[in-house]
Design a protein around this ligand. Structure first.
Ligand SMILES: *[C@@H]1O[C@H](CO)[C@@H](O)[C@H](O)[C@H]1NC(C)=O
Ligand SMILES: *[C@@H]1O[C@H](CO)[C@@H](O)[C@H](O)[C@H]1NC(C)=O
Length: 223
């Protein structure tokens, strides 16, 4: 009995570590559960009892069909993050399918918790990311063709534009089960409640009329 408090402390520390960062797995898998009722271990989320886990828990079928790119951005991201694919829990990885109509754009955005590797399966994409202020906000950009692979380092603002005449298809692999997405325009001009126009007029060195216009737009989220 006297070992119980120590084991509880170790569990608490392990849990705190697990919640702070994508952890190294403590077991083969930890298929995430929403309910505690039939779950056993805690490591970021409740885990399905490993004895009950089947191959179906480690299968995601959501990439079978193209995402609907009939929107203002003419592109659609279909995420397979831990929320959509509970089998990824604790494994430090995820995926997304990105469909682009001709001219389709995945607009400037960042993933606060994941580096992203992207492979082009179909079409031609102009991609790029911008380095931090320390490196003078340098744009690193490339035209990618079918089979090309590009990496967007964690946290940096990046984009992909379909510059081909056909639709394009890419698959992205973030190094987190829950990389997060911050779309720059949506976050800055579409926050709820809105950021004070005094902040944005000074930050962007724009007339208040332009800021009012931008804040009045509907910033579609294609994720
Ligand atoms: C950034 O710009 C400064 C000032 O022009 C320059 O001294 C520095 O070498 C630049 N750094 C990089 C990484 O380009
Ligand atoms: C797209 O179509 C235009 C006009 O038909 C052509 O000039 C251009 O080379 C095509 N671009 C690609 C990437 O196929």
């Amino acid at each position: 009995m006297k070992f119980l408090p120590i084991s509880l402390l170790i569990m608490a520390l392990a849990t705190a570590t697990a919640l702070a960062y994508d952890p190294s797995a403590l077991q083969d898998f930890c298929v995430a559960m929403n309910s505690v009722s039939c779950a056993v271990f805690l490591n970021g989320k409740f885990c399905k009892d490993p004895k009950q886990v089947t191959a179906d828990d480690l299968l995601f079928k959501g990439f079978k069909y193209p995402g609907n790119s009939a929107n203002s951005l003419e592109s659609k991201v279909t995420p397979a993050f831990v929320d959509q694919f509970p089998g990824l829990n604790t494994l430090g990885i995820s995926m997304a399918r990105i469909d682009f109509a001709p001219g389709g754009l995945n607009p400037p955005h960042t993933h606060p918790r994941g580096t992203e590797i992207l492979v082009v399966a179909e079409g031609t994409l102009l991609v790029g990311f911008i380095t931090s202020n320390q490196l003078n906000n340098t744009l690193l950009t490339k035209v990618l063709y079918k089979g090309d692979v590009f990496v967007f380092p964690i946290g940096l603002i990046h984009f992909q534009l379909n510059i081909g005449n056909t639709s394009a298809l890419a698959f992205a692999t973030p190094s987190s089960q829950n990389p997060g997405v911050i779309t720059i325009a949506n976050a800055v001009f579409g926050s709820k409640p809105p950021i004070s126009a005094d902040v944005l007029t000074k930050a962007f060195q724009l007339d208040k009329k332009v800021i009012d216009y931008l804040q009045a737009q509907f910033w579609y989220d294609h994720n």
